[in-house]
Ligand binder design. Structure first.
Ligand code: NDP
Ligand code: GDR
Length: 344
């Protein structure tokens, strides 16, 4: 009999790539989404798997709908990808973010404990929990210092996952994933904002992109590699927590430069700090401007992960280079804009 996987947050970036991977491995995949007026799983459509995934409704706000879904689906593996995942928005909506990303995970763990205690559980934890730099590169035992309501909520969920493993013997794993991107990344995140923005400038649809802090550094990998790591974690006899990262870090500024080059611009910076502007030397036009609007009340300056445990125990590594990732994203956005495709 095919193994049954429940993936919460199926409409998101990781949900789509994970569903594709699990289908390829022969799983019956049930993806949960919130009921909305426009219930169209665009990313599943983009990957050509919309008809292969069974959909169900789960909102992490409600215990009852989680428990009933578990009773009906009876999953062998549960991947909790659902979250208010945008750090910037969590400063505007700290209570909602805590409710879904923190307490929502407690609801899910309670429901698993009651309904399907032998199911294996993956929690989407995050490098944002490391926050203010305590040690580099960051690994599983690096002290946490969250710097946003999002990271604080995720840290609560991380410890609840560990606690349910230790208290009740659940096969519960917290994957501490560093930033991972793809052509299916939401447009509010900086990498996609840049690649999508450059494609629109190329097409003459907009004049410039406005960004915030160019100095923060991130360990960026490709989402397709990272969902494979999630799956590997749940195949282990013993549940444990794992960092997934590339082990390299790059500034937002350097990402802008790489993406601009891939999109056919030659970028030079005109100023410094908050007034800094990126001009295309071929046309002399400002195509990147800095706006205070996109700075955060507290910033995570530097993330760089040490994926040694995942390499040793899971045989996992990030295969896609940053250059390959940038090229993939720029190419996809240039094509989408050229074809006039809205959507993702
Ligand atoms: P996305 O923002 O693309 O997807 C988040 C998903 O959660 C969407 O399907 C969204 O549904 C769903 N969701 C939001 N609120 C609720 C709710 N109240 N109840 C049920 N579902 C809800 O995120 P990613 O795919 O990038 O990330 C997946 C997970 O991994 C998230 O938990 C994120 O915090 C975490 N993470 C991501 C990293 C990354 O770099 N991508 C790194 C580390 C951790 P809807 O479409 O309706 O909004
Ligand atoms: P992050 O991703 O906060 O790391 O969280 P994001 O792409 O939003 O920001 C990365 C860095 O870029 C800086 N930045 C900007 N960010 C956005 N979104 N928009 C801008 O205009 C801009 N200008 C500069 C940010 O300040 C930040 O330093 C992502 C999410 O996927 C989380 O869910 C996940 O947990 C972490 O990655 C790991």
């Amino acid at each position: 009999m095919a193994k049954r996987a429940l993936v919460t947050g199926i409409t998101g970036q990781d949900g789509a790539y994970l569903a594709k991977l699990l289908l390829e491995k022969g799983y019956h995949v049930v993806g949960s989404m919130r009921r909305t007026t426009v219930a169209s799983p665009l990313r599943l459509i983009e990957l050509g798997i919309a008809d292969s995934v069974e959909l169900c409704d789960i909102d992490l706000f409600e215990y009852g709908n989680i428990a009933r879904a578990l009773e009906r689906v009876k999953p062998d593996e549960i991947y909790n990808l659902a979250a208010q995942s945008f750090v910037g928005l969590s400063f505007e909506q700290p209570l909602y973010t805590s409710e879904i990303d923190g307490i929502g995970v407690a609801r899910l763990l309670e429901a698993i404990r009651s309904v399907v205690p032998t199911a294996r559980f993956y929690q989407a934890s995050t490098s944002e929990m490391f926050g203010k730099v305590q040690e580099t590169p960051q690994r599983e035992i690096t002290p946490f210092y969250p710097r946003s309501p999002y990271a604080v909520a995720k840290l609560y969920a991380h410890w609840m996952t560990v606690n349910y493993r230790e208290s009740y013997g659940l096969h519960a794993t917290s994957g501490i994933l560093f930033n991972h991107e793809s052509p299916l990344r939401g447009r509010e995140f900086v990498t996609r904002k840049i690649t999508h923005g450059l494609a629109r400038i190329r097409a003459g649809e907009i004049a410039r992109i406005e960004l915030g802090n160019l100095d923060s550094q991130r360990d960026w990998g490709f989402a397709g590699d990272y969902v494979d790591g999630m799956w590997r974690m749940l195949q282990q006899d013993e549940a444990l927590d794992y960092v997934l990262a590339t082990g390299r870090t790059t500034s937002v500024r350097a990402f802008v430069e790489m993406a601009a080059k891939a999109a056919g611009f030659t970028l030079a910076w005109r100023g410094a700090g908050i007034e800094e502007e990126g001009i295309d030397t071929a046309t002399g036009k400002v195509i990147v401007a800095i706006s205070p609007r996109f700075f955060r009340p507290a910033e995570v300056d530097l993330l760089i992960g040490n994926p040694e445990r995942a390499r040793t125990n899971l045989g996992w590594e990030a295969k896609t280079s940053l250059q390959e990732l940038v090229d993939m994203m720029v190419e996809a956005d240039l094509r989408r804009v050229r074809e006039g495709r809205a959507g993702i």
